[in-house]
Ligand binder design. Sequence first.
Ligand SMILES: Cc1cc2nc3c(=O)[nH]c(=O)nc-3n(C[C@H](O)[C@H](O)[C@H](O)COP(=O)(O)OP(=O)(O)OC[C@H]3O[C@@H](n4cnc5c(N)ncnc54)[C@H](O)[C@@H]3O)c2cc1C
Length: 423
Amino acid sequence: MASETDVIIIGAGASGLSAAKELTRHGLTYTMVEGSHRIGGRAYSEEIAPGEWFDLGCAYLVDGLANPFTPIADKLSITLGKDKSDLLEDKNISFQHNGVPLSEEQRAARVQFYGDSYKAMIDAAKRGQDVAISDMIDLDNEFAPPLLSDIAITWGMDIDQVSTADMAGPAASFGFPALNGYGNLVAAWGADVTVSLNTRVERIDWSGSGSHGMSVETSKGMIKGRTVLSTVSTGILASGDIAFTPVLPDWKMDAFHNLPMGTENKMGVYFDKDVFGTDGRGRYSIWNDDDQTAKVEASVMGLNVAVVFTGGRHGVWLEKQGQQAGHDFAVDRIAEIFGNGIRKHAKRSIITAWNTEPWTRGSWGCAMPGQTHQRANLERPVDARLFFAGEATFADAPGTCHGAYHSGIRAAQQIATQLNGGL
Ligand SMILES: Cc1cc2nc3c(=O)[nH]c(=O)nc-3n(C[C@H](O)[C@H](O)[C@H](O)COP(=O)(O)OP(=O)(O)OC[C@H]3O[C@@H](n4cnc5c(N)ncnc54)[C@H](O)[C@@H]3O)c2cc1C
């Protein structure tokens, strides 16, 4: 680990890795430190069965062809589910209430209600209202429960915590499923970046002057740099895990605290045979009168795996119940759709716990109602030497892997302009 460098990059997720590559293009040196034992951050795949991959974090190349990881995957000969994106579109989601699929009439009413609700949220944002989306939803509608559950999963926050302005950002399609793991794709692409792993940053001292006036204290010693680029989540920044000397200005601390981490958790369950059948593949949204709601994806990646999603307060609560409770919840939801016969074939599960994940402290940063402007403050450099990237800084695609990628490039370009006037 070089002790003196142009840029000290903190974090080896998609944003840190793209920044490192871009800095190299500009002829700048960097030292990248990563607290955990691996690169990729929230892009992380595990083998759920031999040769079958489950993404604990990102799994879809959102926006498909417009996503920078699509050409990267092509170049690395990594196969994407380019023909599967329509499985995830709203019109192809099967809705079930108390285990019963909706009738034709109910389906139409559900589509109408969802359409009206999203239109009300977007219209409010267009009028300049940055308020909780709960104000825009008819909570008495019979289809409010699945909508609330869908939002809690998609945003990681419940409706009183999601802002109209944040929600009305650029429309995105689900894009392409990464059949062999988005985490594996990011790891393969980032493999040429030099990283010091297991190196936790404890303090950033930006009080120094001179050419290498920035000091970063890590678990493996001190590094001096001309600039620092932090790519850690707002969960880490707000927690105080990294101390700043001197303390940061109030506007920056406000940004950390007003973009708190939402929680989405995924429960991947592997079956020892195809329990879904060809017609069963796809996405489900299910809700019961006992408040058990979830989204389920059956074999979208083409495997004998179903993924059950929870989010928001319910997701946090379930995570606290532990891994076995998560497994049981997931199998119960899958059985509601495919019958109790599936239970004996459920052989293994991977249950995520993003809310308590020590390297992120949540799934992604969400703007609280009235706080959408904080994304720009989060990204704004301090003292022209302390820079910030990461998914939450990228207002055009927050909470995504490609948003993180773009934020890293943008920060690296700002640094290059600062240090040597750009390319
Ligand atoms: C459940 C879930 C599902 C998702 N699904 C999708 C999806 O389908 N599509 C999509 O595009 N996006 C999805 N995302 C979001 C996407 O994964 C993230 O937005 C993206 O990976 C974040 O990248 P990043 O570089 O900003 O942050 P990170 O990946 O979090 O990278 C930051 C790095 O900093 C390190 N770090 C933290 N503290 C320290 C410290 N003190 N010292 C040193 N290093 C430290 C961390 O270990 C981490 O590696 C999902 C996320 C989750 C959790």
